[in-house]
Design a protein around this ligand. Sequence first.
Ligand code: HEM
Length: 548
Amino acid sequence: MAVPIIPVLALSAVMLGAVYKYIIHPLFFSPLRRIPAAHLSVPFSPLWILWIRQQGRQNRTILAAHERLGPVVRLGPREVSVNCVRGGLSTVYTGGMEKGEWYSNLFYNYGLPNMFSTNASKPHSTRKRMISNTYSKSNINSSAVLTAQTSIILYERFLPQLFKTFSAQLTETASVLNIYALISAVTMDIVTGYIFGLSASSNLTSNTASCSHFLDLYNGRRSYNFWPQELPGVTRWARKLGIRLVPEFVDAANDEIEAWALSMCDKAAIALEQSSEEKKAGENPISLADTPVVYGQLASALVKESQKEVQKDLNGDPNHPDVAGECQKSLRLTISSELLDHLAAGFDTSGITLTYLVHELSQRRELQSALRAELLTLSPPLLPSSAPVIPDAKALDVLPLLHAILWETLRLHPAIPGPQPRVTPAGGCSLGPDPGFWVPGAVRVSASAGCLHANESVFKKAGSWKPERWLEVDGESRKEMDRWFWAFGSGGRMCVGSNLAIYQMKYIVAAIYSNFATSIVDDSGIEQEDAYTAPPKSDKLMIQLERV
Ligand code: HEM
């Protein structure tokens, strides 16, 4: 029987091509072949790193690979991890590499992008310019609105909850407090208060049932991120075949959270509208605490930007009565996508950090006393008798022990310890300290706070929580510690809310430790999740309060 020569030749060519692409090229020609591989299979296939991620072992595996192989390691055929400042953070993040699809796969809201999930630099910086001043250190530390909001949240919600728990402890009707949930509630209230104004924002601190419901919704989705984020195509195809890799309740939770954020946006819009009418009528406009600072700024910047477009559609008439209305309507979800991201990024990370701060302090009675002594030097101190006045934000900010305790917690327990992926530019780049490895374009590259903060040559006894390291060291060693400290990221995509985060975390710590001592009742499951954002595995830290 004659062999059909053309199909055989075609098949052979395809097979040879595959052997070249998947074996010969990675072994002998790929510029990435010189980078130490975290696993034997990584030059040929991404399956190993996908498996590690799916199993929730990525952070510890990447850290172990860096400890074994040095500051640049290869994680997949087109994926590299860096763990150095020179040729690492400076090239990838300060160098402004774009984000790639990893963020847009998961962090769109209502199907719409926001600053965090926008890949390209240009639309990102346009959006960032619109709002970054509302989060600048000088605005945060001198904002009368934020002061009014913080005073109400701390004196009328947070401290009463702590005192209520303390009294219940005395009568033994309740002996323990899940401080993770209460802190998440208060960080949510401060962040949404600043974004939407107090009357339009959340009150999870006083409302424990709403807080539990929200945390269940929010945290219940966590373990299903892998599929849509790493394998969006597979997730879509599986769905078409009737297989749900992400259960239905995750979609329902997303819908509920989106609806909740949208309702806060709508309330903020109404408050602003009423305020401008009252202003026109010569009446008192909106109260300080009810001012929606971030919403107001973002909405007005976006409306201004889109007015030109809408005007074009309305035959160029700038006075057409529909211009403002059309803009508001078309921007409702765009604004909410942005602000839902801020509130999520803002409450979760600060809540995680403070939970670990309380956990560490609860094991050190003497340090709590030293911190309390420092906090009581504030004028006025954060005691119920000082209400409604809160200590000055700048005075709070410069307390050295408080700062060292917060910084050390952010170092050892970064809320985002996992890789923050970027994509190398089309022309390629060199990665790693001299001489570095040349890497072509379109390669996924990331650094991780969890790995950078574990560097023993910068942070002695890196595995121990030692706030004194931030007090005892200065000069070049301190500068080096600052260069490797990466809890908020760096470069153009660094955390835009870091000043608000520091502000609220310091006030919350001051509220707790000016009034109480804490001790651990149950810290089972306190280990951080091995994930991009890393809350305690158990979502709880049970503590007891003691009045001081
Ligand atoms: C302890 C508290 C916080 C920590 C540790 C933290 C950490 C980070 C990190 C590491 C990034 C960069 C992530 C990446 O590129 O993958 C980031 C970005 C971001 N954070 Fe935070 N964050 C905190 C609090 C906040 C707060 C309070 C807000 C706002 C209210 C906020 C809003 C954002 C936003 C909008 C981005 C995206 C910035 C951009 O892409 O330009 N964060 N944060």
